[in-house]
Write a new protein. Sequence first.
Length: 327
Amino acid sequence: MKEVKVTKLNSNKPEEWLEFVNIGLKVFGKQFYTFIAMCDGDYKKLKDVEIKGNKLIDDVLFLEVDGKRVGAAMLAKQHSLMEEVEPRKKTLFLHYLMVLDGCRGCGYGTTLLQGVLDYAKQNGYEYVELINTIDLSKFSVDGNIYFQNDFTAVNFYAPKNRVSNNSYNIFFRIDVNSNVRNFSRALFRSFENLKLAEPGALTELVLKQELEKQIVDVLSVTKTLTKQELEQIRNSELFSDLTITLKSLLLKKTDPEPEMSVRNAIKVKAILKQLSPTLKPTTTLNQDLPKVYHLKAIERILCGFTDERLNKETKREILIEQARVKR
């Protein structure tokens, strides 16, 4: 059994910067060489390069297999990289995820990606974002490492400096809290199931039953729920507040097809302001939880719900563009 682990680069050791640069050049070639040119080719200066007042590199993680470094990830605080994507606070940006040729197809990339998520959690980040450049003629949604690891694709576009006509970028994001991701998806599935229902049929009971089913399905994946735990779910104030949110989204008069208006995605803070008087100040999970943190939890779930809508639309755009290219 091989020993596989993720370790941090020691920024005080020039030889480790050189090792990181060599991995980057082997994996990305000219693209990475252009990046190195930002510090005039002096890899020892990489840690000091800044963009818009922020460091280009805050940390580097190495992937080690039996003590040999075969991959690396370059991390930095989020910069405002795209006008089309609204920046979120407490976001870590993954500039490069690299695994050497001979070590691919062994799951090492996923191990390194999990190391990035662990690093984000340990350092107080809520989100990880990245831009994945793809060759559309060879791309498969099911075979993409980021789709496979719960990332949501929130934008799909042709970059300004394209390598070829088949070169496209996908902007990915993930909430590092898996519970938030699961609740966001449960809310989205409920929305999808109920969006075609007659408005008059969407009673609190119907909404509650639908969302309860989705959340129970989510929690049942990891354990068998007891009757007492099922009752706690039914009585959870967080769960009740998601029901209120779902009703607000479904009955939104100004947007008859909200699931299709993904480029004008819901303004989470505006919805929270609208719903705030009806949302309860605590949850049954923690009776001492102040209202502001309760609203923060709802906000993150709503942000995840928005990302799920964008993810659905992005996948559709990819398939449409692939079909056009083949013609």
